[in-house]
Design a protein around this ligand. Structure first.
Ligand code: MHO
Length: 225
C-alpha cells in the first residue's frame, strides 16, 4: 500500500532505481531524521546506533555506539556531497563531543564517501585554523533504534496524532511506516526543516485526508524561511 502511495512522489521512483546509503552521527538523532527526510532525493531514513562494540545496542545500553541517522538516497537527484553539507551545517563539528553517544561521525560506505568527508573536514579545519572533532570511520554496522525513536517529531507529538495514525493505518507494518518516503517527508515538514512552498509542491501526492492536510499546513506556516 505505501509502495503505491510513495511511488506517486516524483523521487520515490521504481524499485530498480540506483540507491545509495549514507550514515552520519551528529548528536540526538531525532532532529536529523526530519532534516534529511525532507530533502528531495532522499528515499528512506531510519535512526539507530553505530560505531560501538556490541552487536545489540539499545538506547539504554549503547556500549560505545553513537546515535546515528541512516539515509537511502537517489544519487541522480541528490548527491552525497549535498547530504554531507546538510550534515555539516546542522551541527557543530568543532565542539568537543559531549559524550560518545552524541559524537560527530561520518560512517563512510565506500572510498568515494570517505574522500568526500575527508575533504570537507580538511577544508573546514583549514578555514577555522583548528582541527574538527568529526571522526571519519568505515561503516560497519547499524542497528535500528527502538520504534518510539523513529520519525520521533511526528510520532511522539500528541497534536500530530491524527496524521501519524492515518499514515499508520494505511501501512501494513511499522517497518513500512519507518521506510515510507512520505512519512520521512512529513516528519521533516512538521519539524520545520522545509518551506511551505516545498510542501505545496507535493502535499497532494501524500494522499492525506483533507483534515490531515489542513493540520500539516498549519504546522508549516507560509512565509517562514
Ligand atoms: N533526552 C534528550 C535527547 C534524546 S535523543 C534521542 C531529549 O529529550 O531531548 O538523544
Amino acid at each position: 500500500m505505501n509502495r503505491t502511495q510513495d511511488a506517486r512522489l516524483p523521487d520515490a521512483g521504481p524499485v530498480d532505481k540506483r540507491v545509495e546509503t549514507a550514515t552520519f552521527a551528529m548528536g540526538c538523532f531525532w532532529g536529523p531524521d526530519g532534516l534529511f527526510g525532507v530533502i528531495p532525493g532522499v528515499i528512506r531514513t531510519r535512526v539507530g546506533y553505530a560505531g560501538g562494540a556490541s552487536a545489540t545496542p539499545t538506547y539504554h545500553d549503547l556500549d560505545g555506539h553513537a546515535e546515528a541517522i541512516q539515509i537511502d538516497f537517489d544519487p541522480s537527484i541528490v548527491s552525497y556531497d549535498q547530504l554531507l553539507s546538510a550534515f555539516w551545517e546542522n551541527h557543530d563539528g568543532f565542539a568537543a563531543p559531549y559524550s560518545r553517544q552524541y559524537r560527530s561521525v561520518v560512517f563512510a560506505h565506500n572510498e568515494a564517501q570517505r574522500a568526500a568527508a575527508e575533504k570537507l573536514v580538511r577544508q573546514a579545519s583549514e578555514r577555522r585554523g583548528a582541527q574538527a572533532q568529526t571522526e571519519i570511520a568505515d561503516f560497519q554496522q547499524f542497528t535500528r533504534a527502538e520504534d518510539y525513536h523513529q520519525k520521533y517529531r511526528l510520532q511522539a507529538s500528541a497534536s500530530l496524532r491524527p496524521i501519524s495514525d492515518e499514515l499508520k493505518s494505511r501501512l501494513a507494518t511499522f517497518a513500512d511506516y519507518v521506510d515510507s518516503t512520505i512519512v520521512a517527508r512529513i516528519n521533516g515538514y512538521v519539524s520545520g526543516w522545509s518551506t511551505r512552498e516545498h510542501l505545496e509542491s507535493e502535499i497532494a501526492m501524500f494522499g492525506l485526508s483533507e483534515s490531515s492536510q489542513a493540520l500539516l499546513r498549519s504546522r508549516v506556516p507560509a512565509g517562514r524561511e
